[in-house]
Write a new protein. Structure first.
Length: 202
């Protein structure tokens, strides 16, 4: 699940913060800390953002307590990212369900387009956490989905290297209307092909 809607596109240098970008831009990626909880909770409480998500049983909001438990759990790898020169995060990338016995996980992302951005920021952060999850947890397959009307998220997943595997129809509800979910998967070999076409600010 991922959010890249009109209003949403999900540092401690010695504590895992790392700069990404190179020629594509200059941005950072790090583990979230206590100062980031309020930002993430606010994003996931915003109906314009959480309508794109499903955290189980149709639950689209995520309370602070659940978020803190998620950050402490080994089942989830969360990273916040932002533009170099700005300490506030501009988005969140995550791989969940990491403890599955079959070596699988699920990817989700959000970006707040009201925050500072650099070129290809979401793409670079996404590829970094996916590469890290694949190597560290020795995953064999990562899944993702996007609401069929969310063209920006679908384009992002395809640029990363995710492959289209199907469509689940009429399974997602937003503002009382039903939508489908476009389903994707990613194998380790697919990620290296995730450069995609050039974009402005993903």
């Amino acid at each position: 699940m991922s959010s890249q809607g009109p209003s949403v596109e999900p540092a401690h240098q010695t504590d895992g913060s790392r700069q990404t970008g190179g020629e594509s831009g200059s941005c950072w990626l790090r583990e979230p800390d206590g100062n980031d909880v309020s930002d993430i909770a606010a994003w996931l409480a915003d109906p314009d953002i959480n309508r794109w998500f499903d955290f189980g049983q149709g639950r689209q909001a995520l309370p602070v307590l659940a978020l803190r438990l998620m950050m402490q759990s080994g089942r989830h790898r969360l990273r916040v990212f932002g533009s170099q020169g700005h300490n506030v995060p501009s988005g969140l990338v995550a791989v969940s369900d990491l403890t599955h016995a079959f070596g699988t996980g699920s990817f989700w992302v959000l970006r707040d387009s009201r925050r500072p951005a650099c070129t290809d920021m979401t793409l670079l952060a996404s590829m970094e956490i996916l590469r890290d999850a694949l190597e560290t947890h020795q995953l064999h397959s990562i899944t993702a989905w996007a609401v069929d009307s969310n063209v920006r998220s679908r384009r992002l997943l395809e640029r990363i290297g995710f492959r289209l595997i199907g469509l689940q129809r009429d399974c997602h509800v937003m503002h009382g209307s039903r939508f489908g979910r476009v389903l994707y998967d990613l194998l380790p070999a697919d990620l290296s092909n995730g450069s995609g076409s050039a974009g402005n600010r993903a």
